[in-house]
Design a protein. Structure first.
Length: 165
């Protein structure tokens, strides 16, 4: 555990100093703006996607085999016990993702949703980010196919958005 440089006891995790914190049913949610929406998927992940976008970092399912766990360490959180109880919520991801996908530089590659946490976990019932993130708006369809990765029973619908012709 990190020690504080200015006083006694452990230092607060970096994410706690940078986010709005809310607690719902024993789950701590850290609300942050997304610095970037699209994340390059490392080749070592051996996934069939080059790009991903995740509204949540951390997952209440807490699967022990989840490769997204190590990302919690970079936030000053424990990848073991904190992964399922402390969830980072990118509250403006839909707006940021829309801007990045609308860029003329974007090539239209498929985007995996929810690589750093189940995109339909119970927090989705509160934040309702996925309709905007998945591009399922009838007025502004996305030009990139999206594929959500979910383990949760909270899945309401699964989309595969097709480019407009």
């Amino acid at each position: 555990m990190q020690q504080s440089l200015v006083g006694e006891g452990p230092a607060r995790p970096r994410i706690e100093r940078q986010a709005v914190t809310r607690v719902f049913d024993g789950i701590t949610c850290y609300e942050v703006p997304a610095r970037a929406a699209l994340e390059r998927v490392p080749e070592a992940a051996e996934l069939p996607f080059t790009w991903g976008a995740s509204p949540y970092r951390g997952c209440e399912a807490g699967c022990g085999y989840c490769t997204a766990r190590r990302g919690h360490r970079y936030l000053g959180l424990d990848p073991g016990c904190d992964f399922s109880t402390k969830i980072v919520v990118k509250t403006d991801l839909a707006r940021r993702l829309r801007r990045e996908l609308d860029s003329p530089r974007w090539s239209g590659e498929p985007v995996a949703l929810g690589l750093t946490g189940d995109c339909y976990q119970p927090a989705e019932e509160i934040y309702r980010l996925m309709p905007g993130v998945s591009g399922r708006s009838p007025t502004r369809p996305t030009r990139s196919p999206c594929s959500p990765r979910a383990r949760s029973s909270c899945v309401i619908w699964i989309c595969y958005a097709r480019p407009r012709r």
